[in-house]
Design a protein around this ligand. Structure first.
Ligand SMILES: *[C@@H]1O[C@H](CO)[C@@H](O)[C@H](O)[C@H]1NC(C)=O
Ligand SMILES: *[C@@H]1O[C@H](CO)[C@@H](O)[C@H](O)[C@H]1NC(C)=O
Ligand SMILES: *[C@@H]1O[C@H](CO)[C@@H](O)[C@H](O)[C@H]1NC(C)=O
Ligand SMILES: *[C@@H]1O[C@H](CO)[C@@H](O)[C@H](O)[C@H]1NC(C)=O
Ligand SMILES: *[C@@H]1O[C@H](CO)[C@@H](O)[C@H](O)[C@H]1NC(C)=O
Ligand SMILES: *[C@@H]1O[C@H](CO)[C@@H](O)[C@H](O)[C@H]1NC(C)=O
Length: 459
C-alpha cells in the first residue's frame, strides 16, 4: 500500500479541523523521508479516514494518506458547485468518473475529505435499528455524532477498500493470481456483495420559476422508499455559461440521446453542447426522484489492472432482485400522485401527462443503458431503463465477511478497514454523517485499546 502514497498528512497530537487555514500539515509523499515511524497509518483521507485521523491524532502520531487538496477549489468548498465537481473530468478533479458494468455513470472521490468534499450537503444520523444491527455502543455513537456535528468539516465515499486490499494481496486467490499479485491471504469475500441504491428521477418542467433546492426535502414511506426533490436555480438560471440540468446534466452523465454504442465521451459533449440551444423553458422546473434504501440486489468488484488509480470493474446488478423493482414502481406511483396533486398544479404543465414526463426522462441520456419504447407506459421498464446512482454505493469489505466486529481484517494483524465498504446497507438519506461518526467512534475505541495495552513505566 505504501507504493500508493502520493500525498500525505502528518498529524502529531493535532486535529485537522483548525480554523486558521494553515494547511502546513499537508505534504507531498515524494518529499517524505525514506524511513519514518507513526503510531497509526491511515490509507485514505476520505470521510471516515479524516474523522479517524482527527480522533487518533489527539494523543498519537498519525500518517494520513490523502488524495488531492480540496482547499482553494470553489468546486469543493462551495456547495452550489456540487455538479461542477462531479463533472470535472480533468486530471486535477476531486472526482474520478467510472461507469459500472451495468452502464450507470458513477464517481469516486480522490480528494482529501473524500466524498464529503463532493457532497450535496445532506446530513442525517442513523436510526437506532441500524446502530443495534451494527453492534455499536449507542452512547459512544451519540458522542461521536455530536463530535461530527460540532466539527468544522471541510466539506465520502472512499469506498475503494476492496480494490486496495486486493492490490495488497488480500482477496480472492484466483483473481489475484490472474493479475500476478502475490497472495498474502486468500479472502474470497473481498469485493463481493457490493450494492448501490438505485435512484430514478422524473423531470417536471414548470411554467414558473421554482425555488432553488438541492435535495433538501425527503419523504420516507413505511416501505423505506425515499422521495426527494431537486429544483431551481441550477436548472432555471440562464447565464451564457451555466445552462444545464445541474446534478442531472449530461456533463455528469445523468442525461444522452445517442444509441448505446455511440455513447462516447464525444457524444456526451455533443449532448452538453445541444443544451445551449434548448429553449429556456426546458430548464425551468425540477426533478422528483425516488431511491431505495438497502437494495436486495448486489454485485461485485474486480480489478482491471494493478494500477490503484485505474477504475476497477464494478457491477451492481440494479433491480436483479424483484423486490427492488417493486419498490421502485411504488416510488414512481408516489411521484405520479405528487405531480397530480393540487398543490403541485402550479408547477407543471397540465398538457403534459405523467406518460409524457416519463417519456421525456426516458429519452434523456441519464445512463448508458438501452432504452425501450414501453418505458413511458410501464413503470417497471422506466425503472430499469432510467436507473442512476445517488453515489451511496457500499459493501465489498463487510463485517463478518472481510472484517470482524472491531473492523480488523480477518486473519491479518494490525490492519483495519473503517469506511462505508463495511456496511451491509447504506443509510436512507445520506450515509455521510454515519461514516464520519464511525471514523471518530473507532478512533476513540482504538485509543482506549492502545492505552489499555501500554505497559506502565515503559516510555
Ligand atoms: C458559489 O457558487 C455559486 C454558483 O456557482 C456562485 O454564484 C458563488 O459566487 C460561489 N461562491 C463562492 C464563495 O465562491
Ligand atoms: C470546476 O469544475 C469545472 C468543470 O465542471 C472546471 O471547468 C473548473 O476548472 C473547475 N474549477 C477548478 C478550480 O478546478
Ligand atoms: C442517543 O441519542 C438518541 C437520539 O438523541 C436517544 O434517543 C438515545 O436514547 C441516545 N442513546 C444513548 C445510549 O445515550
Ligand atoms: C503475469 O505474468 C506472466 C508471466 O510473467 C505473464 O505472461 C502475464 O502476462 C502476466 N499477467 C498479467 C495480467 O500481468
Ligand atoms: C415517447 O417519445 C418517443 C420519442 O420522442 C416517441 O416516438 C413516442 O411516441 C413517445 N411515446 C409516448 C407514449 O409519449
Ligand atoms: C418492454 O418492451 C420490451 C421489448 O421491447 C420487452 O422485452 C419488455 O418485457 C417490455 N417491458 C414490460 C415491463 O412490459
Amino acid at each position: 500500500m505504501v507504493a500508493a502514497l502520493s500525498a500525505l498528512l502528518i498529524l502529531h497530537g493535532y486535529c485537522f479541523a483548525r480554523r486558521d487555514r494553515d494547511f502546513s500539515f499537508m505534504h507531498q509523499a515524494t518529499r517524505a523521508p525514506m524511513v519514518s515511524y507513526y503510531d497509526y497509518i491511515i490509507v485514505g483521507g476520505g470521510t471516515a479516514g479524516c474523522a479517524l485521523a482527527a480522533t487518533l491524532s489527539q494523543s498519537s502520531s498519525v500518517l494520513l494518506e490523502r488524495g488531492g487538496s480540496p482547499f482553494g477549489n470553489p468546486n469543493t468548498t462551495n456547495l452550489s458547485a456540487f455538479g461542477a465537481a462531479l463533472s470535472d473530468l480533468s486530471r486535477k478533479s476531486p472526482s474520478q468518473r467510472f461507469v459500472s458494468e451495468d452502464g450507470v455513470i458513477n464517481a469516486r472521490a480522490r480528494v482529501l475529505g473524500g466524498g464529503s468534499a463532493l457532497n450535496a450537503g445532506f446530513s442525517s444520523r442513523a436510526g437506532s435499528e441500524f446502530i443495534a444491527n451494527a453492534g455499536w455502543e449507542a452512547k459512544l455513537v451519540n458522542e461521536s455524532y455530536r463530535w461530527v456535528e460540532r466539527m468544522v468539516v471541510f466539506h465520502p465515499p472512499l469506498r475503494q477498500c476492496p480494490q486496495l486490499l486486493m492490490l495488497s494481496g488480500l482477496g480472492p486467490e484466483k483473481h489475484l493470481e490472474a493479475h500476478n499479485i502475490s497472495v498474502v491471504l486468500d479472502l474470497p469475500l473481498v469485493g463481493q456483495r457490493m450494492s448501490d441504491n438505485p435512484m430514478n428521477a422524473v423531470f417536471v418542467p414548470s411554467p414558473r420559476p421554482v425555488e432553488v433546492s438541492l435535495i433538501q426535502v425527503v419523504g420516507i414511506t413505511h416501505n423505506r422508499i425515499y422521495i426527494e426533490g431537486a429544483s431551481g436555480e441550477n436548472f432555471a438560471r440562464e447565464t451564457k455559461r451555466t445552462r444545464d440540468f445541474g446534478m442531472f446534466s449530461p456533463k455528469i452523465g445523468h442525461l444522452s440521446t445517442s444509441p448505446p454504442k455511440q455513447r462516447t465521451k464525444e457524444a456526451l459533449n455533443r449532448a452538453k453542447e445541444a443544451m445551449r440551444f434548448l429553449p429556456r423553458s426546458a430548464f425551468l422546473g425540477g426533478f422528483i426522484l425516488e431511491k431505495i434504501m438497502g437494495p436486495l440486489s448486489s454485485g461485485h468488484l474486480e480489478l482491471r489492472s494493478t494500477n490503484s488509480n485505474h477504475n476497477p470493474a464494478v457491477t451492481f446488478n440494479y433491480f436483479q432482485d424483484p423486490g427492488d423493482l417493486e419498490k421502485c414502481v411504488e416510488g414512481i406511483k408516489i411521484i405520479e400522485k405528487v405531480i397530480e396533486s393540487r398543490s403541485f398544479s402550479r408547477f407543471r404543465y397540465n398538457h403534459l401527462p405523467i406518460t409524457t414526463l416519463l417519456n421525456m426522462t426516458a429519452n434523456s441520456p441519464v445512463n448508458l443503458l438501452p432504452k425501450h419504447a414501453n418505458a413511458s407506459r410501464s413503470f417497471e421498464q422506466f425503472c430499469r431503463d432510467t436507473v442512476t446512482t445517488i453515489w451511496h454505493y457500499h459493501g465489498g469489505c463487510q463485517v463478518d465477511k472481510v472484517v470482524d466486529h472491531d473492523y480488523k481484517v480477518i486473519g491479518v494483524d494490525s490492519l483495519q478497514v473503517i469506511d462505508g465498504s463495511t456496511f451491509d446497507y447504506s443509510l436512507g438519506t445520506n450515509p455521510q454523517a454515519t461514516v464520519m461518526m464511525l471514523g471518530s467512534y473507532m478512533g476513540v475505541k482504538m485509543l482506549h485499546e492502545r492505552s489499555a495495552n501500554m505497559i506502565p513505566d515503559s516510555n
